[in-house]
Design a binder for this molecule. Structure first.
Ligand code: PMP
Length: 326
């Protein structure tokens, strides 16, 4: 018999799928690391499991405890699955910019959801960073995950996602391209791949309204770069500890409009029903095309599933209202 002991045993070992249409103007082989095959439908299951296991080992999370996290949804989903199997209570703190689907999905897997305003500074008491921290202080036997600065996040990708990509490409990967939020994925995968072959180039996808690209290029944390944006899952107004800028070769910024249009294109032209950051990453690879030659093997990682965006990027009325399509 061949079965997993519980749902957590199905995390990882996701497929690598060749892209055939959306990136056809690129001569290199472009392969998608297709993370929606994880049980919570996103890459975040990997780091959720690792962060909880490390917190247990370090005595930060005790039996019957409460896990608290500020999350745009995917990390919450991963943590909720881990909490169910391991017997913890889960509280997710979200910003009101996130889709209603994401909130409903978290409630469906037994998480309590607390919604905070988006348009406040990170140090404002109402922000989701501050609210998560406060709740963790007020709730007995609780543990605040802090995926931004918790280095078990990038370590999960160093231990699982990176080795999988290396093995699946037979060590032939030349470029790794991925959206950056907490930085866990790019830093963990990038560090593993560069240890295997320092010539591999690592590119981050950033959004307009986020500080990463400018900080990487100049070392300046420029508050003028910060303004509200629509793209979900990537870009930040802080510098998370999980972003290891030293292993990143460069960033490219994708507009909200392009990210939304390419989210639809991936579904309609590749049959990839994926989230908004996948659209941003697909457009990002095209923006980077002069960096690739025909013998290159480019791996792009797609973080999450399209079901969470049916009311937005997959809804033509919403797309028209935003001015993204006619
Ligand atoms: N895409 C989506 C949909 C996400 O939820 C996240 C996590 N915020 C990312 C991309 C970025 O991944 P990471 O946090 O590992 O940088």
């Amino acid at each position: 018999m061949n079965y997993a002991e519980n749902i957590l045993g199905t995390i990882g070992q996701t497929p690598l799928v060749k892209m055939n249409t959306v990136t056809r103007e690129i001569e290199a082989l472009v392969l998608a690391k297709y993370e929606t095959f994880n049980p919570g439908n996103s890459v975040k299951d990997r780091m959720a499991l690792k962060m909880v296991e490390d917190a247990e080992k370090n005595g930060l999370l005790k039996p019957g405890g409460t896990i608290i996290e500020g999350t745009s949804g995917n990390t919450g989903m991963g943590l909720a699955l881990v909490a169910i199997v391991k017997g913890y209570k889960m509280i997710c703190v979200m910003s009101d910019k996130q889709s209603k689907e994401k909130m409903d999905i978290l409630k469906a897997v037994g998480s309590e959801v607390i919604v905070c305003p988006t348009d406040v500074a990170p140090d404002d008491p109402q922000s989701y960073y501050s609210t998560s921290k406060r709740l963790a202080e007020e709730t007995p036997n609780s543990w605040y995950v802090n995926q931004y600065d918790n280095l078990s996040n990038s370590q999960a990708h160093y231990e699982t996602t990176g080795p999988e990509i290396w093995e699946q490409t037979d060590g032939k990967i030349t470029h790794f391209v991925v959206g950056v939020g907490t930085g866990g994925t790019i830093s963990g995968v990038g560090r593993y791949l560069k240890e295997k072959n320092p010539k591999i180039k690592v590119w981050g996808i950033d959004t307009y309204g986020s500080v990463f690209k400018k900080y990487h290029e100049t070392g300046i944390f420029d508050e003028k770069e910060i303004y509200p944006y629509v793209t979900e899952g990537i870009g930040e107004d802080i510098l998370p500890k999980n972003v290891d800028f030293s292993i990143i070769d460069g960033f490219t910024k994708v507009t909200d409009k392009d990210a939304a249009i390419y989210t639809q294109k991936l579904a309609k032209e590749e049959g990839f029903f994926l989230g908004n950051s996948a659209g941003a990453a697909a457009k990002g690879i095209l923006q980077l095309k002069e960096h690739f030659t025909k013998d290159d093997v480019v791996v792009v990682l797609f973080h999450d599933h399209g079901s969470r965006y049916v009311g937005k990027m997959y809804n033509d009325e919403w797309m028209k209202k935003m001015g993204y399509i006619e």
